[in-house]
Design a protein around this ligand. Sequence first.
Ligand code: WT7
Length: 667
Amino acid sequence: MSDASSGAIDSVLQEQRVFPPPMEFSKSAHVHSIDEYRQMYKESIENPEAFWGKMAEQLHWFKKWDRVLDWKPPFAKWFVGGKLNVSYNCLDLQIERGNGDKAAILWEGEPVGGMPGTGGAVHRISYQQLRDMVCRFANGLKSLGVKKGDRVTIYMPMVPEAAVAMLGCARIGAAHSVIFGGFSSQAIADRVEDAQSDIIITADGGFRRGQIVPLKQNVDDALTKTNRVRKVIVLERVGATPERPHKIQWVEGRDVWWHELVQKQSTECPAEPMDAEDTLFVLYTSGSTGKPKGILHTTGGFLLGVQSTSKYVFDLRPDDVYWCSADVGWITGHSYVVYGLLSNGATTLMYEGAPNFPDFSRFWSLIERHRVTIFYTAPTAIRAFMRAGREFVDRHDLRSLRLLGTVGEPINPEAWMWYRDVVGHGRCPIVDTWWQTETGMIMITPLPGATPTKPGTATLPFFGVDAAIVDRSGKEMAANQGGLLVIRKPWPAMLRGIFNDPDRYQKQYWSDVPNMYFTGDGARRDQDGYFWIMGRVDDVINVSGHRLGTMEIESALVAHPSVAEAAVVGMPHEMKGQGIAAFVTLDADKTPNEELKKELINWVGKQIGSLAKPDQIRFAEALPKTRSGKIMRRLLKELATNGQVAGDVTTLEDYSVLAKLRDKEES
Ligand code: WT7
């Protein structure tokens, strides 16, 4: 038997294992048993307004709401008439509760100064200090003319100032649009245009895997493609030293140093009372069209959604040190690095750099040195650590850990077991959390003191989440029958729309299945009601937990002067979950060669960002199309998954023949 097939059998056996929550954990957990969960879940579904109204009392409101929910499908308004401020909840409220001196943010930079294992520079920022930083920065924003309702773009490394920038916007009622630092200048320009944002906050650079990411330079390049931006705030993160000169361009009148902006500002900045339904942020994510869409999240419902899920899913206790390894440029960073944790008065650790810098022990060294108790990461990272070998983990004392979490993509049972045994020493419950940029909050997840877990399933819905597996007509599937994953009732942190494109919200999310929110995922429920996510069924692919639209990559490819047509599909990838395969036809006068392949891969990197670089480029004579001219993606997916890559790139693969055969079969 080959290794691969015995792996598959192991996987099936592992999926059938059940791990009850450890007794010690359940005793002091917020929810102690599966019966308690079921009771609370039942109440939350039968009377969502009573349930969420009670939950919302944990937040600070300048003015209490008149109505918990106003639901005119598919448009929801939560906490109608209520007024609150997210930054007030994350800072002032925590200080009032006596947590002023508690660490809000622990941060570690990537560069290591001394011996291996000693780590990088560390900052500890208390709630009081964070409040002062946020107020000064918010006043700085005001001094530049930023007003309530404006959109502010944030393109920063993983430094505390990224959180300060977000909270500073929230304090004065400006919406932020954070762009992941791995995106290219073209991607910045597109998002700035779409969000109609005239301010960008960035840094002179960031450290990643020992290199400097030229953030400021990317912004400068982006601003040659749009003239909407009038001010660029620049944090000095990298600086220049004699050994490492780091020059950036400076545009007088447009560019402002962060430290100069905040220098003379007061540490008092009143928190703007925001309507519960005012926009908190816009976050761009890939969909099934060529252009990323700005997902719109509002103030009250979002904050309640992330505050309550953080508390219950991570089972937060006052002395926890929580670390989520996601970048603030993704929704995970918004919800579960910044807002969910600070609104609970927790300590959130931020790490600037790569998991394997200077080597694969960095994460474990961080956990050991900062006494991390809760660790939340992506399956793709776990697979990379597995491959690197357990010796990197074993060198460290990880006894501080009490809970482990995963997010972003389905986790294979082998990785789940490795995480549990090697990292958690079999002691820590694992929460496999399913959710999306659009859902804002965790939707399907175990509660660690209550839910028995099985490797590979996100288990059961969170309170108030009416998740189901249905067919196209909305009819619920029987146990273990695959179908579409939908949500049938509104939830507080749900997206309120797509920025700049009001019509698309309904069409995109509430039309595939009548009157239900369609997630884009396929899944099944097992005999215990547990949800097993099978992955996207639309034209979205998930590469290392990062979401990309196939159309977006196709648009980037056809923008290249040599490319005539392109079709992009996902294919299974051992480490990344999914890889990217691009089928390309060239203009008649162009000939395929290795060099052009490389050029196209780098081209996509420049158009979108390195994360979108295809793993495979296959030159084709013609793309397989149906008689009506539609590219047969399923056929290409099959080819990318099972077909061989032609060793000789000068031989063009001709799929039009296959298409004709398939066309006949199907008609
Ligand atoms: C898509 C959403 C949610 C933050 C990170 C991703 C996939 C997410 C899981 C999980 C299986 C998962 C889904 C979903 N996904 N979590 N625990 N198990 N799949 O957010 O970029 O909006 O992507 O990620 O396919 O639709 P996103």
